[in-house]
Design a protein around this ligand. Structure first.
Ligand code: HOZ
Length: 429
């Protein structure tokens, strides 16, 4: 029988020493309710919790575990490196190999700087865009999440949307003033912001396929138009590929959608499950970063040897394998299976999917931006989440997050998920 006795106990204990019992807010299950599941271990496509429950994992650590958990080659690479020490704070050959590998997989990255998280990557990219253009403002889209640096915490998705946090105490009005926002996929709104702030905007930052308000796809022509606007207005186009990088294709969304950004940020997959981020771009822009230029950015654990080994091993497996086709086929199979279930039971739903990113909104209208994602029946999603959990299916604990498939999933796992979805939704209607 499904029970979470030990998880509940650990959650009580955790709250005594950790804010909300978690080290990242969405994990607290606040919007879906109940105690979060405490994980004991994971292997391949499965998570095992402290109560002995087994789950089919659709989070993949929020993206990184694209080939499944504890991949033998990644484990071996980490084990080997650990013998040589865990950090030097000095340059290594590993970092050169990592930079060369990334450059070989992305067409427009001349220089790449490794950091320790997606947040760091995005905040550094904005600083660089400002330093390079000499302009202060930037445009971000409502419901997009670029990490928790002050300037991004305006109408942000992910945990802020999940917890319905509108303004963040501690972020000064002065900082937020330079962050301009409008709806994702709304080109007219972008044009108006650009016209109203002529010659003051350094960059547009965008998740090319959004993963932080569920999975939201760009309308045809939207990203292409942003590229043109940036060129005309001498602004930089920054693709936040923390989620999509090395996940949607070897060259990420840039390759899949055939659009080149001026700067790209990475995280998640790039670290193979270790805390890694990166930002890169053309030489003329990246050469403004210290020590080449004066845009300062640094980090003691940047380029950490264990993280580099893990990331390099995973990226090599992705570069040399055929995982993207396999991942996409599995994701489409899941999408079609779930669609049949929800059509049969007659509940309004939208499933957005690109590559191995997918999400479910209980909505009667297309979900194309934050407004439509927020207007969906997210209460039903929250109940659905728990019914799935009871049946051994681990979904993101929020309708405002993408699901990430991993290539260790089997078709039997997908069938089990579809079956669980049918039982779950039927039990709720
Ligand atoms: N905000 C992250 C996903 N968009 C969640 C990270 C986590 O809790 O690990």
């Amino acid at each position: 029988m499904f029970q979470l006795t030990k998880s509940k106990h650990l959650f009580e204990q955790a709250q005594k020493g950790i804010p909300g019992g978690v080290n990242s807010p969405v994990r607290a299950f606040k919007s879906v309710g109940g105690a979060p599941v405490f994980i004991h271990s994971a292997k391949g496509a499965y998570l095992f919790d402290v109560d002995g429950n087994k789950y089919i994992d659709y989070i993949a650590s929020w993206g990184p575990m694209i080939l499944g958990h504890a991949h033998p080659e990644i484990v071996a690479a980490i084990q080997k490196q650990v013998e040589y020490s865990t950090s030097y704070g000095a340059p290594t050959l590993l970092e050169i190999e990592m930079a060369e590998l990334i450059k070989s997989m992305t067409s427009n990255v001349d220089l790449i700087r490794m950091v320790s998280s997606g947040t760091e990557a995005c905040m550094s990219a904005i600083r660089l865009a400002r330093g390079f253009t000499g302009k202060n403002k930037f445009i971000k889209f409502e419901g997009c999440y670029h990490g928790h640096a002050d300037c991004f915490l305006v109408k942000a998705g992910s945990g802020l949307a999940t917890l319905n946090i509108q303004t963040v105490p501690g972020v000064t009005a002065g900082v937020s003033m330079d962050t301009l926002t409008c709806a994702f996929n709304d080109l007219d709104a972008v044009k108006k912001l650009v016209a109203d702030n002529k010659d003051q905007i350094a960059a547009i930052i965008v998740e090319p396929v959004v993963g932080n308000m569920g999975c939201i796809l760009p309308n045809e022509g939207f990203l292409e138009a942003l590229r043109i606007i940036c060129d005309e207005e001498e602004m930089l186009l920054i693709f936040d590929e923390v989620m999509t990088g090395f996940r949607l294709a070897k060259g990420g969304a840039q390759e899949l959608l055939n659009i080149k950004a001026d700067l790209v940020t990475y995280g998640k997959v790039i670290g193979g499950g270790m805390p890694v981020g990166a930002f890169g771009g053309r030489l003329e822009i990246m050469s403004h970063i210290a020590p080449l230029g004066n845009v300062y950015q640094a980090g003691t654990l940047s380029g950490n040897p264990i993280a580099m080994r893990a990331g390099y091993t995973l990226l090599s497996l992705l570069k040399n394998g055929d995982h993207y086709n396999s991942l996409e086929k599995k994701t489409i199979y899941l999408k079609e299976g779930l669609s049949k279930v929800f059509t049969k039971v007659g509940v309004p739903f939208v499933i957005n999917q690109m590559g191995s990113m997918i999400s479910l909104h209980f909505s009667a209208v297309p979900v194309t931006n934050f407004e439509t994602a927020a207007a969906a029946n997210n209460n039903l999603f929250n109940q659905f989440f728990h019914k799935m959990l009871e049946r051994g299916i681990y979904l993101p604990p929020s309708a405002f997050e993408s699901w990430f498939l991993n290539d260790a999933l089997t078709y039997a796992d997908l069938d089990a998920t579809i079956e669980a979805a049918e039982e779950s939704i039927q039990s709720l209607l």
